[in-house]
Design a protein around this ligand. Structure first.
Ligand code: SAM
Length: 280
């Protein structure tokens, strides 16, 4: 067989940016030969079998057509865990790790066991990152989407967290009973306005629309979640919610109107106000 199918040649001839080509080719090697990423260098003369080659071509053309890398390789790192992801679920974003950090700080201050409600859990990202980092947490994670919950369940099992993370389906607080109260409510709801042009660009084109936009002014899910917080927080309980970079003032107003106290805004690594928190 000619040498133009060696790993080195495949990387050299790919139209993808090299970092992306390496990531996808490493994934093909792992899937077909259980080889580590370092094989890209240590075995760069290796030639792929026809089926491995076909898989690489599929990954490469998927990415050239704009498909998100996380969907192509089926996983995404988030905080301290790795999550399975697929087109039915939002790809967890680094910004959302801010909510996890706020949650973990709060749990540290509570003595003993604490309860968490993660509204709109998607892949399970927030609840699972927190439960995996803190043995003191019992979490309820909800979503409207059965596709998302199926993926969240796989992630829960992979991380061995079934005993401490309960998944329930439903429309925001309707997923739980009226009486249920939590030490901590965290949520990253859909907050993009329905006519935002970003929905038609980049990775967002491939993600579930109901995970991204409320199909309204961008604030409707934030309103519902904040207005139900008093009912579902224990005394002194904390709610922290992610929002768009230009929604901070509106979200703080919603928290004030809901009678929450100790309202704070939190900056992401890029210096944008992306999370607001308040206490019952
Ligand atoms: C922005 S995604 C966040 C997913 C995950 N928490 C994360 O940060 O990666 C919003 C999630 O809210 C869910 N969702 C949308 N509308 C909902 C509703 N009415 N009730 C419950 N969940 C909803 C979506 O299915 C989606 O999984």
């Amino acid at each position: 067989m000619s040498g133009d199918l060696s790993l080195r040649d495949l990387l050299r001839s790919s139209a993808l940016p090299q970092n992306e080509a390496r990531l996808l080719l490493a994934h093909a090697l792992e899937q077909h030969y259980q080889l580590p990423r370092s094989a890209l260098l240590s075995r760069d003369e290796m030639e792929l079998s026809p089926s491995a080659l076909a898989y690489w071509r599929e990954l490469e053309s998927g990415r050239l057509n704009g498909q998100p890398i996380a969907y192509l390789i089926g996983k995404k790192g988030f905080h301290n865990i790795e999550l399975l992801v697929a087109p039915g679920v939002l790809i967890p974003r680094p910004e959302t790790e801010l909510l996890v950090e706020i949650g973990l700080r709060e749990i540290d201050q509570l003595s003993g066991k604490a309860s968490l409600l993660d509204l709109g859990t998607g892949s399970g990202a927030i609840a699972l990152a927190i439960a995996s980092a803190s043995p003191n947490i019992a979490a309820t994670a909800t979503d409207h989407s059965s596709e998302a919950l199926a993926i969240a369940l796989k992630n829960t099992k992979n991380l061995g967290l079934e005993a401490r993370v309960q998944l329930v389906q439903g429309n925001w607080y309707e997923a739980i009973s009226k009486e249920e109260q939590f030490d901590l409510i965290l949520s990253n709801p859909p907050y993009i306005e329905s006519n935002d042009p970003h929905l038609l660009q980049g990775d967002l084109r491939f993600e579930p629309i109901n995970a991204l936009t409320d199909q309204a002014d961008g604030l409707s899910c934030l309103r519902t979640i904040i207005s139900g917080a008093q009912e579902h927080l224990k005394p002194s309980g904390l709610i922290a919610i992610e929002h768009g970079f230009d929604q901070s003032a509106a979200v703080i107003d919603l928290m004030k109107s809901a009678g929450l106290r100790d309202i704070e805004t939190h900056l992401d690594l890029a210096g944008h106000h992306r999370v607001a928190s308040g206490r019952k």
